[in-house]
Ligand binder design. Structure first.
Ligand code: ATP
Ligand code: FE
Length: 325
């Protein structure tokens, strides 16, 4: 079995995955959403402190499996340096104590493999990652053949939801809160501009839209917030659809997946489903509980890396806040 640890942002999670069957034997996550909610976003130092409390608590429940562990895996990039360190230090200690190899996993590859928890992987696959830190399209042929074909030039899709929620004093994380508010709103009431709509670039940008929403919020009454939320969600999604359409002209996928915390967004799912129907492409989604950060997806990647003996030495394994993908 492989024990995997995730602490790249505000979720402390540990999973245990059986190597031969891919079965998830154990998975526990302690989220810090309530603690960060008052600040309208993740406070790195607070997050690190909470990981230092939560991870050992979860690890205690893993004790019965210690004898069966063949490797320990941990998210080592990308994420917040101070929170990644919490997981990596714990993984190194486990590796030393149990004399088992250590595997450093890229969190974004983890989000891709969240599609395949307890399942076989399907490639080739075009993946849209929409999360708190990333908005990018990747062509995935295998574990070590991932090409990013489009990414955000500034804020991410999920982050823009968090910031709009903060402007409206709704709390954190903003995605589910804005989605809920938008349900009863008029998507056409606010005519925000679709980012980069005149640009031939296949890239994303959310900072301009965020600022337009800020101006609208400043002028609005609280009763208008639902229409602002609905119009914002509509334009944020329309931007993705426009760029995907452009990209599909060059490369139409057979299999298309949406992953990452914001892939839980129902309006985005609906619009992408409509788009894919035009091309006869199949939509793959992670189970809702594995869209946001979790250690099961890190364990699923670690299975592949274990088979290929992609181990790190204790000296080599360092945290890196930016991703190389
Ligand atoms: P990254 O994976 O890029 O390092 P992260 O791990 O912080 O970032 P995730 O946990 O994958 O991000 O996703 C969290 C983000 O998803 C938050 O920004 C949150 O607001 C957003 N999100 C969650 N649910 C929804 C939703 N229904 N609609 C829109 N956004 C959502
Ligand atoms: Fe994530």
């Amino acid at each position: 079995m492989i024990l995997s640890i995730e602490s790249s942002c505000d979720d402390s999670a540990i999973a245990i995955t059986e190597i031969a069957t891919k079965k998830l034997i154990f998975h526990k996550k302690i989220s810090q959403e309530i603690e960060h909610s008052v600040y309208g976003g993740v406070v790195p130092e607070l997050a690190a402190r909470l990981h230092a409390e939560a991870l050992p608590k979860i690890l205690e429940d893993c004790k019965p499996y210690f004898k069966t562990l063949k490797a320990v895996a941990v998210t080592s990039s990308p994420g917040l340096t101070v929170t990644l360190i919490e997981g990596v230090v714990m993984a190194k200690a486990i590796s030393i104590a149990l004399n088992i190899p250590i595997i450093g996993v890229n969190h974004l590859v983890g989000h891709i493999y969240s599609l395949f928890i307890e399942k076989e992987a399907i490639f080739p696959l075009t993946v849209l990652l929409v999360s708190g830190g990333h908005t990018q399209v990747m062509e995935v042929k295998s574990l070590d053949n991932i090409k990013t074909v489009a990414k955000s030039m500034d804020d991410s899709f999920g982050e823009s939801f968090d910031k709009v929620a903060k402007m409206m004093h709704l709390g954190y994380p903003g995605g589910p809160l804005i989605q809920e508010l938008a349900k009863d709103g008029d998507r056409k009431k606010y005519n925000f501009t679709v980012p980069l709509h005149q640009s031939p670039l296949i890239a994303f940008s959310y900072s301009g839209l965020k600022n337009s929403v800020r101006l609208a919020v400043e002028k609005a009454e609280e009763s208008d917030y639902k229409d602002i939320a609905a119009s914002f969600e509509h334009i944020a999604t329309a931007h993705i659809i426009q760029k995907l359409k452009r990209y599909f002209k060059e490369a139409t996928p057979k299999n298309f997946a949406i992953v990452g915390g914001a892939s839980a967004n129902l309006y985005l799912r609906e619009q992408i489903e409509k788009l894919l129907a035009l091309y006869g492409a199949k939509l793959l989604l992670s189970e809702l509980k594995y869209c946001s950060d979790n250690a099961a997806m890190i364990g699923r990647v670690a299975l592949e890396m274990y088979k290929k003996e992609m181990f790190s030495s204790l000296d080599e394994l360092k945290v890196c806040p930016k991703s190389v993908i």
